[in-house]
Design a protein around this ligand. Structure first.
Ligand SMILES: C[S@@+](CC[C@H](N)C(=O)[O-])C[C@H]1O[C@@H](n2cnc3c(N)ncnc32)[C@H](O)[C@@H]1O
Length: 330
């Protein structure tokens, strides 16, 4: 889920309060084409050690020219001269990337499954494996009665730690009968989820609450239950792994979205403790976790949460055990 630092590590140099200066390549005196601008910035990113230099400059120019990818622009558009305003904007956005701002924040949007979501620091940027978590939930819900348009029963879902709203909004888009409640401890995340819900026209089926699942357990139970599905991509990094993250993550993303405490299970244990009070009969919990977590979670639930049982571990496309499914039925 999270990029690791390259060799040598980044300890001590990527705190969010450090002062940095970022020198851009000289703004061109003469007109420049999109392809030339991409080449100038790719080289500059490479020289300054910015990760994914090609990908970054290509995404920024594609965004400026109103496309998702550089490939979709066509040779003619790429070899036309940029207007002075577009070239200036390219320099402005690429200078932000030079500060190691993730490209998703630079262009202020990112795609998640079939949705384009607004992105804003420090709200967590959705990762590709979370699309797999959504697919798992969808596959299960689509097999149950109540998911289809016109169905009588209605599924309800709670998402703990909604960030930009990626999971809840994606489920709502795919299941027209679903209603969802989403919560997050971060006001920035709550605001962004609401904004994304409005942009996508899904606001009528989503309630969003500013709640800390650990500090405000009573509010979680009273405002967010009962639901048939509980889903979360919680903060699950082991605290000791935080220092080896890429500067893009450490400087710009909310550390509370990443750091799961000493064993990465701080929020997960709270979700599982509350799950029996939140879920209706035959309810299920779906969690994205670290590959080391599934056996730890299974043992912990068996010892501490009598009303919940461990259903199965699912693997991601690379074969790593990344998703835990638990249920209230025996
Ligand atoms: C890994 S991010 C996932 C965001 C989003 N669901 C996604 O997949 O893109 C974890 C989210 O959990 C939220 N969070 C962390 N601790 C929390 C807590 N105690 N109560 C509620 N939300 C929490 C963070 O603010 C963050 O938005």
């Amino acid at each position: 889920m999270y990029c690791r630092a390259r060799s040598g590590g980044l300890k001590g140099i990527c705190g969010s309060h450090a002062v940095h200066t970022y020198s851009a390549p000289t703004f061109p005196a003469a007109s420049i084409t999109a392809l030339q601008a991409v080449a100038v910035w790719k080289r500059h990113f490479e020289e300054r050690g910015v990760t994914e230099p090609d990908h970054s400059s290509q995404h920024i120019i594609a965004h400026l020219l109103g496309a998702k990818t550089i490939e979709s622009l066509g040779q003619e558009k790429l070899t036309e001269f940029l207007s002075h305003e577009k070239a200036e904007r390219m320099w402005e956005l690429c200078t932000r990337r030079l500060s190691r701002m993730p490209v998703q924040y630079v262009i202020e949007e990112w795609d998640f499954r079939d949705l384009t979501l607004k992105m804003r620091p420090p709200v967590f940027i959705p990762r590709p494996e979370t699309e797999e978590l959504v697919e798992l939930v969808l596959a299960d819900l689509q097999m149950k009665p109540g998911a289809a348009v016109g169905a009588e029963a209605q599924h309800t879902c709670l998402e703990v730690g909604c960030g930009s709203g990626a999971i809840s909004l994606s489920l709502l888009k795919s299941l027209p009968q679903l209603k969802a409640v989403a919560l997050d401890q971060s006001q920035d995340a709550v605001d962004l989820t609401r904004e994304n819900a409005f942009r996508l026209g899904l606001q009528d089926r989503l309630q969003v609450h500013h709640i800390d699942v650990i500090k405000d357990a009573d509010a979680v139970v009273s405002l967010c239950s009962p639901v048939s599905t509980l889903v979360s991509n919680p903060p699950y990094l082991f605290s000791e792994d935080m220092t080896s993250l890429e500067p893009e993550i450490l400087r710009f993303e909310d550390h509370a979205a990443l750091d799961g405490g000493k064993d990465g299970l701080r929020v997960i244990k709270q979700i599982l403790t509350l799950a029996p009070q939140i879920l209706s009969n035959h309810g299920r919990v779906y969690l994205e976790v670290d590959p080391r977590h599934p056996p730890l979670i299974q043992r912990w639930v068996e010892a501490h949460v009598e009303e919940l049982h461990y259903v199965e571990t699912q693997h991601d496309v690379t074969g790593r055990p990344r998703f835990c499914i638990l249920g209230t039925e025996k």
